[in-house]
Design a protein around this ligand. Structure first.
Ligand code: ADP
Ligand code: ZN
Ligand code: ZN
Length: 739
């Protein structure tokens, strides 16, 4: 068999790499793994990534085709990122081509040249601009322009539009307007580095508390080797400040830092804080970027221009020229786990990456995942605690409010309403948390019992009264709301249950004259609407805040002194064994939005289950005690983190087909599943979704290695068997949701 052979990850749903001959004119001496290669694939051409150069192929040479061209003289994907992606596709048993597709910017996969981007223009204030600023009348009606000019006036070196964005939402448009007036000018010529952020007034760091100093010292002592630290501290205990100090220490050694944040937690507040403290250029990677912006940020990280790389889940794959530290903020957050396609967990991969690179990893949270706490107990992670809020402000007391037999006004009990009134009378703010958007989750016919069932899912369609539509939150199907019952023609259709929109409607007449801000996916869909709402909240124009989990993360509302959890019962008896952990994390996260040292807050939880043991432990003794109790339960039930799981999901238009596939998969598993537990097949908790029936088979093992040895063999068997094309299946290793 004539070698050499290129093994290439090609975008395809198949669980393997593909072999090609090198292109005719290729100099193998200059070819390295990580380079992009254009290859024929079926009848089309595509771009793949070179994984390795092999000596031979298992395939008949007559079957092999030559690759068409090598696109990069230097490998575009650095060796360590390549190693991480390979580790991940093997661990998650996912097709390599799709793993690459998820891990890398789309433009790279399309064969885009990987050039360092042109630096963006740098803007400076002109003499005319300075004059306009001095003569206040000119800008009286343009506060936004004034703010920008003011900022530029303090920074004679000039700034780029991206840096100004935390200050002014549409900084480019504003700069153009100012340019038209001759008050600012732009240049690109002498800007050496793109997105340089030189803070006009660098902020001096506060003196660290003893606990902060200990945490910083502990990590700083280990900067040259792999060690995972779990930094546990309530909201406001100064975790971000610890990150900032560690970043400063790592930058001072000429290394880069990768900071991961949950999608929803990557707020302007966090970015502004990084920018005002850290002199180095920052690259930001999140889902809101254009393909071009994403590629630029990726390249700035790779060539070391960006000293700090901040991003959401997929940023764990960001290339770094000189990696020195990985930080995962809110490490318990569910958004780190991708829930479709390549189902990797970015926190877990961050740990693997730290291990591969030999650098420390810091996982921070007020409410660490039980998995992480168990890892700390077992000595794999080192626990660092920040026990108190800085500034000495007490944590808000949490009260359980028993609402059984209480008269309720639109989901709110009298005691909660009275408390709200008292706080609002003192000119303070109130936050109500309800994790359900829309007006009501169900529309019901009082005459015949008809329910607003979704045609495609085992779920009800949510009533959105303002849009006058029924919408399914699971498949997205939507239709105008019925005027009459579709079954019996009655007009007596009633909204059952409460969503944020209904809460808002109900509160207006109860608190006339008080501004209400509703923050959920519906109210913030329009660009800029979230910023407007947040500005109104911070100015005190709106003093009742209603929101879903969008409100729970990242933001801080210092004037909120009362937090109401409208309905804690949803989380107490969920179908998933992780429900109570989620509930506890969410409650504390919402509670953490409130108060400051001189204005401590109160948290009230409405529930029909005031004696729920885990809820009581949480409220009376705090999260560490809750976590200990929950871990005891998990251990007794042999559930994660005391067992390791993989979930084989299947779905099909016909329910029997999904089940037949899983039964066949189980039959293949049984002979090789010694010491493992096979549970199912069972229907998914929501059996029908978007018109397809879903079922799953759960595999559980007490030893992670045994599970993966089994999966290696089993998945190969599954691929080898003739497949039912009507069935879609996927494997979820370490599933976070059993849906
Ligand atoms: P966390 O990330 O744990 O919520 P932060 O780091 O955001 O906590 O700190 C909360 C607030 O306290 C911030 O406004 C921060 O600037 C301030 N802060 C943090 N550490 C100190 C300190 N040592 N001295 C004074 N203020 C501090
Ligand atoms: Zn009816
Ligand atoms: Zn639906």
């Amino acid at each position: 068999m004539p070698g050499p052979i290129l093994r290439i990850a090609v975008p395809s749903p198949l669980d393997r790499t593909f072999d090609y001959f090198p292109p005719p004119d290729c100099d193998l001496a200059t070819l390295h793994p990580g380079a992009r290669v254009r290859v024929p694939f079926g009848r089309r051409q595509t771009v793949g990534f070179l994984i390795e150069i092999g000596a031979d192929s298992e395939l008949d040479p007559g079957m092999l085709r030559p690759a068409l061209a090598v696109l990069d003289r230097e490998p575009i994907v650095p060796a360590d990122v390549l190693a991480l992606i390979q580790w991940a596709w093997r661990y998650y048993h996912h097709p390599p081509g799709e793993a690459f597709a998820t891990a890398l910017p789309v433009l790279l996969r399309q064969g885009e040249p990987a050039n360092i981007p042109q630096p963006p223009p740098i803007w400076r204030i002109t003499t005319a601009g300075l004059a306009a600023l001095a003569e206040s009348i000119a800008l009286r009606r343009a506060p936004v322009q004034r703010r920008l000019l003011d900022h530029l006036a303090q920074c004679s070196a000039g700034l780029d539009a991206e840096t100004l964005r935390p200050l002014v939402r549409d900084s480019v448009a504003t700069l153009r307007a100012l340019c038209a007036k001759g008050w600012v000018e732009s240049s690109t010529a002498d800007a050496p580095i793109p997105t340089v952020t030189v803070p006009p007034v660098p902020l001096a760091p506060p003196a660290p508390s003893a606990a902060q100093a200990d945490a910083v010292a502990a990590v700083s002592a280990e900067l040259d080797r792999f060690q995972v630290f779990l930094l546990e501290g309530v909201t406001g205990s100064g975790k971000t400040e610890v990150y900032l100090r560690l970043i400063e220490a790592v930058l001072a050694r000429g290394r880069q830092v990768l900071l991961l944040a949950p999608e929803i937690g990557l707020t302007p507040q966090l970015l502004a804080r990084l920018r005002e403290r850290l002199p180095g250029p920052l690259a930001v990677l999140h889902s809101g970027l254009s393909d071009r912006e994403r590629l630029n940020a990726w390249l700035l990280a790779r060539d070391g221009t960006a000293k700090v790389v901040v991003g959401t889940r997929s940023a764990v794959f960001a290339p770094l020229e000189a990696p020195g530290l990985v930080i995962v903020d809110e490490e318990h957050d569910l958004s780190y786990k991708q829930q479709d396609g390549f189902r990797y967990h970015a926190r877990d991969l961050a740990v693997i990456r730290g291990q591969q690179l030999g650098i420390p990893v810091v996982l921070g949270s007020a409410t660490p995942a039980l998995e992480s706490i168990q890892n700390a107990r077992a000595g794999r992670y080192r626990l660092l605690q920040l026990p108190e809020r800085v500034g000495g402000g007490a944590e808000p007391p949490i009260l359980i409010l028993d609402v059984r037999r209480q008269p309720m006004t639109e989901g709110l009990s009298q005691p909660l309403l009275e408390r709200m009134r008292a706080h609002l009378d003192r000119n303070e703010q109130v936050l109500l948390f309800l994790n359900r958007r829309g007006f009501a989750p169900i529309l019901l016919c009082h005459e015949c019992g008809w329910l607003s069932q979704c045609r495609h899912c085992d779920a009800r369609m949510t009533l959105h009264l303002r849009q006058r539509r029924l919408t399914c939150h699971h498949c997205g199907d939507s239709r105008p709301v019925d005027a009459l019952c579709p079954l019996c023609g009655s007009v007596d259709l009633r909204a059952v249950g409460h969503g944020t929109e209904r809460l808002e409607t109900a509160l207006r007449p109860l608190f006339p004259g008080i501004g209400i801000a509703r923050l959920d996916r519906d109210s913030t869909r329009r660009r800029g609407s979230l910023e407007t709402l947040l500005a109104d909240i911070h100015s005190g124009d709106r003093r009742i805040l209603i929101g879903t989990q969008m409100l729970a993360k990242g933001h801080h509302f210092p004037d909120v002194t009362l937090v109401g959890i409208v309905d804690a019962d949803q989380g107490l008896y969920g179908v998933d064994f992780r429900s109570s952990e989620r509930m506890a994390q969410l409650i504390l996260q919402v509670a953490g939005r409130a108060g400051r040292a001189e204005k401590p807050g109160t948290v009230i939880i409405q529930t029909h289950h005031p004696d729920h043991p885990l809820l009581r432990v949480l409220v009376l003794e705090g999260y560490p005690a809750f976590a200990a109790a929950a871990l005891t339960e998990r251990q007794a039930a042999l559930l994660p983190p005391f067992a390791h799981q993989a979930l084989l999901r299947a779905e099909a238009v016909a329910a029997e087909r999904a089940t037949a596939f899983l039964n066949a998969a189980r039959a293949l598993a049984e002979p090789i599943a010694e010491g493992l537990e096979l549970l199912g097949p069972a229907p998914a908790p929501m059996e029908r979704r978007a018109g397809r029936y879903r079922a799953h088979l759960l595999i559980q093992a007490t030893q992670r290695q045994a599970l993966h040895r089994f999966l290696n063999r089993w998945i190969a068997l599954l691929w080898a068997e003739r497949q039912d094309r009507q069935v879609r299946w996927s494997l979820d290793v370490d599933p976070m949701e059993l849906y």
